[in-house]
Design a protein around this ligand. Sequence first.
Ligand code: GCV
Length: 690
Amino acid sequence: MFDSEYDDCWLRYDRAESDRLDTYRRLCTHAYVSDAGPELVAVREELRRGLGGLLDREPHLWHHPPRSVEGFLAIGGPEELRPISETVDPEEVRALDDDGFLIRSVEWEGSQCTVLTAPADAGLVYGTFHLLRLMSLGEPIDDLDIVSEPANAERIVDHWDNPFRRKVERGYAGPSIFDWERLPDLDERYADYARLLASVGINGISVNNVNTRIPSREGANDATSEWEGWQLIESRNLEKIAALAGVFRRYGIELYLSVNFASPVLAGDLDTADPVEPEVAAWWERKATEVYDLIPDFGGFVVKADSEGQLGPYDYDRDHAEGANVIAEALAPHGGRLWWRAFVYSEHDDRAVQAYETFEPLDGEFADNVTVQIKNGPIDFQPREPVSTLFGAMPDTDLGCELQITGEYTGQGVHACYLVPQWKEVLDFDTHADGPDTPVKELLADREGQGITGVGIVGDDPNWFGHYLLGSNLYGFGRLAWDPDLGSEEIADEWTRQTFGAGDAGETILEILMESWQASIDYHTGGIGLMHMMYNGEAALENHYDPAPEEWPEYHGATEEGIGYDRTAAGSGYAGQYREPIADRYEDPETCPEELLLFFHHLPWDHELEDGTTVVQRLYDNCFSGVEAVEELRDRWQGLEGEIDERRYRHVAERFDEHVLQAKRWRDTLCAFFYEHSGIEDEHGRPPAV
Ligand code: GCV
């Protein structure tokens, strides 16, 4: 544990296995580390902690090259330390991307030296974590030649944490870890969180909810205002943000803030937020200057506008580029960036079509420091969605792909669902934007201002995630954002071995993770393109956890004749927003991939699929196989009793019991619903028919 209160996740740094221990000790007991910059403080601390654990002895951290030792680590900029500048060409290092790093085994004055260097200090932090990861995984380190650069320049975790009351929207791991009442006083957990993020290469954090204006709940004891909470951007709160920024800075992580489009009114004294009004531009400029005076390396703002009750340019008859640019221009002189979300809907019967219709015509209109942040799919983080049509449609705009790390629709803090395979599917999707072989990951990569954001998952719970296995998603998010070519299994394997150790238990946990997403798709949706069938209910009660298909006829299109949503040219036309040949492929039920079939097509219940099974039978079958898979996962977990520590075993075992129950609840509700509408019984006679 980091301390007695909370878990240390994948940064356990247990003593290395004996077959590696001698080498690790020989090469890493001594480390000569640069003194520059705040990041180097973090590097030293991590070496003390990491090497202390892995080598099971205190490392010696030097301010000069250690003498008469067989081996040592040298960590610093390309020209700071002689063992580095005399063995590695500084030009090679300077040519790397900012967050990149180089680790090389060299001979220096008779010692075997492991050089870790980078063009910027943040790279030294990422490199240190990388080296410690290699040792945690028991990899050889005596002949290293690693050059690592992040594929995505921006790798950001977005919190949906409400400063007021510390409630996390879609958070399932307790209250927000950020205690805004107490800030600028710091909790040591902030630094441990920064360590977790930096260890997987994350370089940005937006600390508060994109819903910056939250309606007061009836009965809430919150004074008389119509809106709950503070605007963090108000002057009186900035020292709190500055304090947090100071913690994350040491780990190379820039701080961002979600702000309301109408901040000049809500957090200022103007009576308009109309982006074309000079007084509005002047307000944003003053605000940006105020923020940057306190936090010179502040990342920028995130804005959710014209969406789910948040104010936006439409309130002033302006378009989204006009709305974004006034804020972006205020940030530009300070090097700040605006992340402007494309999550708009409600004007169309089919919500899927609107983001593209709104944003595609604005391509090229956004200021250079605006990133349009697009959810992976056109609906809302469903267990599986097709990829948003906006990817590949805006070549002259910086784009970000927003993923959800927290499991809003995949069982929240209860179901084990490893989401990296879902994200891989998105990033590998070939948009055909620039001919064949233009996957999303390539559109995003290697361009400043572009990258991947993930909606955060942590809370104040001792295990951070509400479920020990869900830490794999934060880990995987960071690793994938750094290198989208890593495999899902490779990432899961890394996480498992660092978190639970190698051996049979690790193997079992890896299998559980790898099979969990498909199971979730099957019992939550029936596996052929349906989605959004969860309970919503009253705002104060909404849970997005229980099944309630009857609430959403406009999403699944179930009638007595058939099921699915017609998004072909004869329907909403969404399929036509893709490039060819994708549009054609989705347009025709014969070529549409089965896993997305009912997203694009309304089909008779007895429509035959390729193998002759009917649509309704496939839905029944998948719902049942999803539950069987979860039962199997639970059984495998139960086989680990006594193999891993009791605390984590018991915690996950209890959640698996609930997971199985909830998966059955979904299966039974969906199957009953399908039967009620179709009147066709499951050919295997499985209950429940009604
Ligand atoms: C932060 C969905 C979620 C909301 C979330 C919204 C968004 O609607 O249910 O909780 O609000 O997406 O991404 O803005």
